[in-house]
Design a protein around this ligand. Structure first.
Ligand code: ADP
Length: 752
């Protein structure tokens, strides 16, 4: 139900471009069309509104076909000085009125959203002036009394207060991480130091998170400058200590807005000169410029843009005449709306805090996970652990993997080992999962034994799918006793959770099992209870999306339908999210099942669409969607029914989904979760408690659930959580993938 009688909306992108803006534009346009609105795109940002005419174009369903993989923004962006003037904005208002538009979705950074807000505030006055000047009739003013405005944050900097993520930040982090990984490999070959400068304006997000993700050795961010004046000396000492401890390279990451505690900017050239002089070796500077804005958007940014765009239209439709403009943002995994002015004002206040050197307040404004990440980073980049306090009783904590390999497992081990060692405990690595534990294949892990593990795919400790049973328990009990294990961290998937639960239940018969056990979710399937995301799922999603982009590209000259099968076992997460990110027209998941009726509908809509000129069809199917209507069956069915209209190919993506270096998100998640897990084990083991848990990301929080709750929280038959947050995204996938019922009216009209 519409709060206002909005019939026409327009969308524009403004300021710096960011990957994922296209997904947002596509979602605004298609959601709008689906809701029966007329949708316009304004080319070249606010400059396009000032110029009007050809810059304001009516969009159709197909105007935004095939744009999800594209970086930048297909409708162009610009910086407009004219729009900064009242005269310019008056012209802009006139142009919008001439096109009959007073509902606007602005996608951009804080500058663009400020511009939008000012325009909104002035709207009534501008219209009065236009009436007074005779440029519009009073009736027009009365017809469009308010400018309805929704803001979406598109900025690689992730600097906007009011959302966890801005569109483009995740992709920028991908570009930086890829670059630093590549630089690290060459730096290590020559024993070199690299200084890498990253973007971010006043925000240290990209620098901090890329340092955490790549295992960099030093980082400088605007919000938390070094707390001493002789920071150069401290930095040099730290890097030297790292080398003596065995590191072959040093990577220093500097945020664009980095400064010392007196507010003086710290530049990359200065840092490299200091290091060259003090370290006596070659120092190379890499200023990562526009590559950070480039390339195809990550799966996350595509889906973020899509969700924001969808929410923008829904929000516009709910607006009443007195509604204040809002910004769409995300907290945890939930879409939230916040008054635009509040977001912009808070974001702007960062500038003042930094100028006044109120760094504690600046860190507070960034939020608790930013602060926590910085704290963790400080430990990670130490050359050696802190010396234990006198009288400290070291615990012996073991780490093992269970289940299929998942990208990010190594990152989690690295963090766990370093956090544990830094707190004065002995860290034990179990080789090859539970069989290794049973066989006593366990080694002590040193600080440097996990050096370079942050970016590594696969699993250095080795993983195994075996769930111990029967006589295995004697072997496990012996290993726990022989190695005097005080606590166990299991990093893995369903196998690990099930095994942990079984061990915990067997405490009565095996007294040595009375130790705390904690499970860290690491599986590409994302099918674990208590966590909205598991380590590895984001990497797998990106691998799928990249593969599907290529598959789609391969079919330029033919009329073809692809049926792509993805992993996930009984959990449809990878299928749905990759379908959303690649624009699949149909996604089949086990949670919904597959009926004959679905297949018939699917065939009929394919036939109809291909008759109307469609050239490419994409269907994504989760591997266990239905055992009878499997991928070869569906391919054969569609091929037969498609006749001359299209041919059908299957693509079963297979193990590429479990491989590859972990994505930045997975590395960060692995590090954050592992840090918490080690703290948990220490606190329980120190108390002699055998309380055990699994950790998870829920919203913005990392929470522990008692291991006893495992069976209650899952569907044991299908090995997935009872509730899955992402199921709510299915309507968006449906709405955006195919034109709604209105196509039937079009067919009638054109007698197709
Ligand atoms: P970003 O949106 O990425 O922060 P800018 O700050 O460059 O980028 O803003 C983009 C555009 O938004 C500007 O070129 C201008 O047209 C408009 N804009 C920004 N600030 C204002 C303002 N205070 N008043 C009017 N328009 C503004």
């Amino acid at each position: 139900m519409t709060g206002t009688a909005i019939k026409r909306i327009a969308v524009l992108t403004s300021g710096g471009d960011a990957q994922g803006m296209n997904a947002a534009v596509r979602a605004v346009i298609r959601t709008g069309l689906n809701r029966g609105l007329e949708v316009y795109a304004i080319y070249e940002g606010f400059q396009g509104v000032v110029e009007g005419g050809e810059r304001i174009k009516k969009m159709t369903w197909d105007s935004v076909g095939g744009i999800l993989p594209k970086g930048g923004t297909i409708i162009g962006t610009a910086r407009s000085d004219e729009f900064r003037t009242r005269e310019g904005r008056k012209r802009a208002a006139l142009n919008l009125l001439q096109a009959g538009i007073n509902s606007l979705v602005v996608i951009g950074g804080d500058g663009s959203l400020t511009g939008g807000y000012i325009f909104h505030q002035e709207w009534a006055d501008l219209l009065d002036e236009l009436v007074a000047e005779g440029q519009i009739q009073p009736e027009v003013r009365d017809q469009y009394p308010v400018l309805y405005l929704v803001g979406l944050t598109g900025s690689i900097d992730n600097d906007m207060i009011g959302t966890d993520m801005t569109i483009g930040a995740d992709s920028a982090l991908h570009r930086i991480t890829e670059a630093v990984d590549a630089i690290s490999s060459t730096a290590a070959s020559h024993q070199r130091t690299f200084v890498v400068k990253v973007m971010g304006r006043n925000c240290g997000y990209l620098a901090l998170m890329s340092a955490l993700a790549t295992g960099a050795d030093w980082v400088m961010i605007p919000e938390c400058p070094p707390d001493v004046d002789n920071w150069e000396q401290v930095m040099v000492e730290r890097l030297k200590a790292g080398r003596s401890a065995g590191r072959r390279d040093s990577i220093v990451i500097i945020a664009e807005g980095a400064r010392d505690r007196n507010g003086n900017p710290i530049g990359s050239t200065y840092v490299s000169e200091v290091l060259e002089k003090e370290l006596g070796e070659e120092v190379r500077v890499t200023v990562l410029g526009h590559v950070q804005r480039g390339g195809s958007p990550s799966a996350f940014d595509r889906n973020l843009g899509t969700r924001y765009g969808f929410a923008a239209v829904e929000t516009l439709l709910q607006y009443g005449p007195d509604s204040v403009p809002v910004m769409i943002g995300m907290r945890g995994n939930r879409i939230v709306t916040t008054p635009l002015k509040e977001c912009v004002d808070l974001t702007r206040s960062m500038e003042t805090l930094l100028a006044n050197r109120e760094y504690d307040k600046a860190m507070d404004l960034r939020g608790s996970s930013f602060k926590e990440a910085f704290q963790t980073l400080k430990t990670m980049l130490r050359a050696l652990p802190h010396s234990p306090q006198p009288g400290h009783r070291p615990l012996r904590l073991a780490i093992l993997h269970a289940g299929a390999p998942s990208p990010g497992m190594n990152t989690a081990v690295r963090a766990a080992v370093r956090i544990g060692l830094d707190k004065g405990h002995t860290m034990l690595g179990v080789q090859n999962g539970f069989p290794g534990l049973i066989a006593g294949d366990i080694r002590e892990m040193e600080w440097m034994s996990v050096n370079g593990w942050a970016p590594m795919g696969g699993s250095e400790l080795g993983t195994n799918r075996k769930i111990p049973s029967g006589s295995d328990y004697y072997g496990i009990a012996r290993a726990i006793e022989d190695f005097k294990i005080d606590g166990l961290l299991i990093i893995g998937g369903w196998t690990g959770y099930q095994a942990a639960y079984n061990l915990h239940q067997a405490r009565g018969s095996f007294p040595s099992f009375n130790i705390p056990i904690v499970c860290l979710p690491a599986t590409i399937n994302n099918n674990l209870p208590g966590s909205e995301l598991s380590v590895g799922a984001d990497t797998a999603l990106n691998s799928i999306v990249e593969a599907v982009d290529k598959i789609k590209d391969s079919a330029v000259a033919t009329r073809r339908v692809f049926v792509v099968e993805v992993m996930g076992r009984y959990c449809g997460y990878l299928a749905l999210m990759s379908g959303l990110a690649t624009g699949a027209e149909r996604v089949y998941i086990n949670e919904e099942g597959v009926t004959l009726r679905d297949l018939v509908d699917n065939v009929e809509s394919l036939i109809r669409d291909f008759r109307h000129g469609k050239r490419l069809g994409l269907i994504i199917r989760s591997e266990a969607a239905n055992p009878v209507y499997n991928t070869p069956f569906m391919v054969a069915l569609f091929e037969q029914e498609g006749g001359e209209l299209f041919d059908v190919r299957q693509s079963i993506l297979g193990h590429l989904q479990q491989g590859g270096n972990p994505s930045p998100f997975d590395r960060i998640l692995a590090t954050r979760l592992a840090t918490r897990c080690i703290d948990y084990l220490i606190s329980k083991a120190e108390k002699g408690s055998s309380e055990s848990a699994f950790i998870g990301l829920q919203g913005r929080e990392m929470l522990f659930h008692n291991l006893e709750d495992f069976p209650r929280m899952v569907d044991l038959v299908h090995q997935r959580p009872r509730t899955q947050w992402w199921m709510d995204l299915r309507p968006i996938a449906q709405i955006l993938s195919r034109p709604g019922p209105w196509i039937e009216e079009m067919e009638k009209e054109f007698q197709i």
